[in-house]
Design a protein around this ligand. Sequence first.
Ligand code: HEC
Length: 434
Amino acid sequence: MPMKNRLFTLSTLVLLAVARFAQADDDFERAPIHYSKAKPDNAIARLQARLDAGKLQLSYDDRHGYLPAVLKALQVPEASQVLVFSKTSLQRTRISPKSPRALYFSDDMYIGYCQGGQVLEINAVDAKLGAVFYTLDQEMTDRPKFARQTDACLLCHGSSQTRNVPGHVLRSVYPDRSGEPIFALGTARVDQTTAFDRRWGGWYVTGTHGKQRHLGNLIVQNRNDREAIASNAEGQNVKDLKGFFDPGAYLTPHSDLVALMVLEHQAEAHNLIARASIQTRLALHDQATLNKELGREPDYPSETARRRIISVAEPLVRYLLFSQEAKLTEKVAGTSTFAADFAKPGPRDKKGRSLREFDLERRLFKYPCSYLIYSEAFDQMPTALKDYVYQVVHDVLTDRHYGGGFGHLSAGYRQAILEILRDTKKDLPDYWRK
Ligand code: HEC
């Protein structure tokens, strides 16, 4: 059983509180969002309700605490496991190259586990609020309780790193032997646009990728040896992590390369959806306030609101259609069943095509339009935003969008995506069907 070890020591709490106090003017704490006070509606809130009603029990595992039961209850696949060994997150004292932090994810859930950690860390995608943070105590109890967290997580998960909304963070660093990032060597935020050779510093990576180089599996022994760092010879095409630590201590021995790439696509997509939704609701709220002051109809459209919505919708569309995605120059493959499992559920169009199909030779997905278009977070975007997003996506797919940034989509792929969406997405506006 994990040793009791207070996670939020008094001094960290004070530090976090001071840091957050300085940012108390966050947009997402104003009306109509009220992030910290609002009642969440997401898979964790629903799971907690089932637990409280006695409809479900979480079994406790001697080695991993509630992790296996939580993954199962939330249908988060074990094969999504990726391992990060840099001391860059909350339970930093638990994390090192010998004892990496494991992350698991599904389309609407992110879960962090540290060996001997006091809590599981959980980021649920909430259609209205962006990421909502929870911890679950890893001590055995009759009544497991997902405790909602705000400031303690927002410090890193509600900053410029997450586009100033409650969101997801992924980075690449140069870790030393203890897992401490050496910031003097550089650091990068990572998403689908990050070049292959800048990814995965501080992460274990299992998979093959030919001559393409990455920073995964690298432990910097001598920070002055730039050549060894740049070549990271031992870190490439690693299929087995036994030489680095004991993978037997985890649910699976993998830190799958394809899972990492999907995670990186998805985390930033969720941030952009959250930002667009929250900013749109703020803009509409401000518009209503102004209309009231001016004695106009409550929903009289203002040019300012329209421009604010466009400014968050455009980057979202570009990202969902994989504009500026980092190119692959050779085939990549992971080591777990992740890729096969991920592609299975579809939905598929009449020709059997799905947005979850991988390419993995030139880019991540075969049809570059994010499967998150099927997600609750996308579906529940405010109407004004969703209408605009659908309009631009349609314009791009039918070649009417001259904004640039879509050269990666050949006519054939535009047509294929259009057809897939027509067959599989129920709420498309009528003009999509013509
Ligand atoms: C000191 C900064 C920091 C704090 C505080 C922090 N995190 Fe994170 N978190 C990170 C970083 C950095 C990553 C990226 C992976 C890594 O480096 O470990 C991350 C990744 C995650 C992930 C997986 C990817 C994602 O962003 O969804 C989860 C889940 C997570 N954190 C949960 C939490 C929860 C829950 C809290 C609060 C109880 C929290 N974190 C507090 C820095 C932090």
